[in-house]
Design a protein around this ligand. Structure first.
Ligand SMILES: [Ca+2]
Ligand SMILES: [Ca+2]
Length: 328
């Protein structure tokens, strides 16, 4: 996962590529590399406390309350169709399983056959086949900073790395800067789990193997928060240079009403990375993220791209998660 187009020039584990065959950088060296890189970011500069000069990164004091709250982005375009869909989703959420996470209802996905994988993409997305899925329920949105902060308060677990950031840390934005174990612990605390890759694809592609949650039409600026056309910078043509509120982009909802399954932030799954093909060697140490993010190009903004990543890495500003509950 890239942290930004500028971070992309930094050394270390930020390279956006399947990483199953590379060796992780030791955690202490990795943190030093990324904290050094973060200090070059314009967004990060606003985390400096003007009274003390301390920085949020790497043991510095957190920013004073309210710093950067007026940070302005071009407003997201709106239309009556999006408003109508938002109303529909709200009514569905009220009628569904509200779940254990306040403000983030669980949306039921029924049991049945669905298409998993594809034959016309990267090698590790093959083969396309029909599989049988059990019913489950999935969070309507990515887990937000507000929801993650409540978990931190209840458990004493470390905060998300970008908590307190003037944009990435806003209450309604997806929590970013969480390791796989952080995300797993959050879900388990609520009696839930991270979704499997199959659960993610069923939620994002429906039963027919659609290209996107909204169908097969290509992504446009109303449907998902993506990045520049070429890897790997943010782009605000869709209204957001970095993360968008987790309940935005109603026009890109899945048939069941799940939001941002493509775009905004990559989402941890429970699965260890391994090729699908039977008999292939397993990857071992890496977990899979799905869906692309605010700085993904169209190649990565799909429902099938498999990003294998170091589960201990917690400095990416474009990686988050949501949870699921298996149903009987
Ligand atoms: Ca964007
Ligand atoms: Ca997402």
């Amino acid at each position: 996962m890239w942290i930004s187009s500028r971070i992309a020039k930094a050394p270390g584990a930020c390279r956006l590529r399947p990483a199953a065959n590379s060796s992780p950088t030791p955690p202490d060296k990795r943190e030093a590399l990324h904290c050094r890189a973060l200090r070059t970011l314009p967004l990060f500069q606003s985390l400096v406390d003007p009274s003390t000069g301390a920085r949020r990164c790497c043991g510095g004091a957190p920013p004073p309350e309210g710093v950067g709250r007026g940070f302005a982005f071009r407003p997201k375009p709106t239309c009556t169709r999006a408003a109508a869909i938002a109303l529909l989703l709200a009514s569905r959420a009220l009628a569904g399983d509200t779940g254990p996470i306040a403000g983030n209802p669980l949306i039921e996905i029924p049991a049945g056959t669905f298409i998993f994988g594809r034959d016309d993409g990267p090698e590790n997305e093959r083969p396309r086949r029909v599989v049988e899925g059990r019913a489950f329920a999935i969070n309507r949105t990515e887990i937000t900073n507000r929801q993650y902060a409540s978990f931190v308060e209840q458990t004493g677990r470390r905060p998300a790395f970008y908590a307190g950031h003037p944009v990435l840390g806003l209450d309604d934005r997806p929590a970013v800067g969480v390791s796989w174990a952080d995300a797993d612990a959050f879900c388990r605390h609520h009696g839930l789990t991270l979704p499997t890759e199959k659960q993610y694809e069923r939620a994002a592609r429906g039963t027919k193997g659609n290209g996107f949650p909204w169908g097969d039409m290509p992504r446009d600026d109303m449907r998902a928060n993506g990045g520049a056309d070429r890897c790997c910078g943010g782009d605000d043509r869709d209204g957001y240079l970095v993360t968008a509120p987790a309940d935005s982009f109603a026009a890109g909802a899945s048939r069941e009403g799940v939001l941002n399954l493509v775009g905004n932030v990559w989402e941890w799954t429970s699965d260890v990375y391994a090729p699908y093909a039977e008999g292939s060697a397993t990857g071992g140490d890496y977990r899979v993220l799905r869906g692309g993010s605010w700085n993904s190009d169209p190649r990565h903004l799909t429902t099938t791209y498999r990003l294998a990543y170091d589960p201990e890495f917690r400095f990416a500003a474009n990686g988050g998660f949501r949870c699921v509950r298996s149903l009987p």
